[in-house]
Design a protein around this ligand. Structure first.
Ligand SMILES: O=C(O)CCC(=O)C(=O)O
Length: 325
């Protein structure tokens, strides 16, 4: 059955099996779609189960990612982004947040190896690149599925989002490692933010610390539940829907005595796309547009600068309010 339920879980849980397995009835699909809609208009955050991504792959990718981050710094530095021009849309490779950043993590930013960009992939640990390629294939499939569900939730003509966002060259994957908290006050792993893209998937180890801002202003934990995937809606959907669907505000709080590992997949829009509120959510329904139009790559580059040149005060980071009317 497709349901949204609490199950003792603070996040809505959406069972995707009716979309993936033949023989399920339309009612189950409709209730899963309604659950996604409800999550998108309230927090922009939910958990999916029976999503088709093999558990074994999720566990293997996280383990290999942990093995990569445990390598000596000079090994990790071999895959720092190349200086100067590159064929990749963003500086791809290994990075560690500078000491003055409020965020305390290190990460890899990786584009699909199948794109043939001149990017370096970690040579170690053995099997890491294969696991990442498999994650790419599986999470792209999941992105296409959730995009179709969103299309339905937004009441758009069938296939509208699939056509608008048909190019997969800007999707990226980031394995992350958060350092253990150093004191009860020093716990920020990644500051409260929204993602710039359409849909993000997060796979995480058992440490915990990811939280989403609830409607009432409190932080809701997105605790690790084995085999599940966290989904959050990003700014592109918020702009297209003229604020009807929420780009999820989330953060990571570091735990003492343990590194946390996660893997975030950013299902993204091509940088050449123009983005503005759709008429279905603005002119056609007599609502003023809440954003001016912009070319997506401009926003992507501003967001990347938040990471490469982080402001000391997290509130100074550029976000979608930059385009708000
Ligand atoms: O590590 C996580 O759980 C979330 C990562 C995240 O929010 C991000 O990379 O934007």
């Amino acid at each position: 059955m497709a349901t949204s339920s609490s199950n003792g879980d603070a996040l809505p849980v959406v069972d995707l099996s009716p979309f993936l397995f033949a023989g399920d009835d339309d009612g189950a699909r409709d209730s899963a779609t309604a659950a996604v809609r409800e999550a998108c208009v309230s927090t922009g955050f939910f958990r999916v189960v029976n999503h088709g991504v093999p558990r074994e792959l999720m566990a293997r990718a996280l383990e290999l990612s942990a093995a990569f981050f445990a390598l000596p710094d000079e090994e990790k530095a071999k895959v720092r982004p190349a200086e100067g021009s590159s064929s990749s849309p963003l500086p791809a490779g290994y990075a560690r947040q500078p000491a003055h950043s409020a965020d305390k993590n290190e990460y890899l930013l990786l584009f699909n190896p199948k794109l043939g960009l001149d990017l370096q992939y970690p040579a170690e640990p053995a099997g890491f690149r294969d696991a990442l390629e498999e994650c790419y294939a599986n999470l792209t499939g999941l992105g296409l599925l959730i995009q179709d569900v969103l299309n339905e939730c937004m009441g758009l003509p069938p296939g509208f989002l699939a056509e608008y966002n048909a190019d997969r060259n800007f999707d990226f994957l980031t394995p992350l490692r958060y350092f253990p908290a150093t004191s009860a006050e020093e716990t920020n792993g990644i500051s409260a933010h929204e993602d710039g893209n359409l849909i993000t998937f997060v796979l995480q180890d058992g440490v915990g610390g990811l939280e989403v801002l609830g409607g009432g202003g409190g932080w809701i934990p997105a605790d690790p539940v084995e085999g599940s995937i966290i989904v959050n809606i990003g700014d592109v959907v918020q702009v297209l829907s003229n604020n009807k669907f929420k780009s999820a505000t989330h953060r990571v709080v570091r735990k003492p005595a343990a590194h946390r590992h996660s893997l975030a997949f950013f299902f993204n829009l091509h940088g050449d796309k123009w983005i503005e509120p759709l008429p279905e959510f603005a002119g056609n329904v007599g609502e003023p547009p809440r954003y001016r139009g912009f070319k997506y790559d401009e926003y992507l580059q501003l967001r990347m600068r938040n990471k490469t040149h982080p402001p000391s005060r997290p509130e100074d980071a550029v976000d979608i309010a930059h385009y708000a009317i």
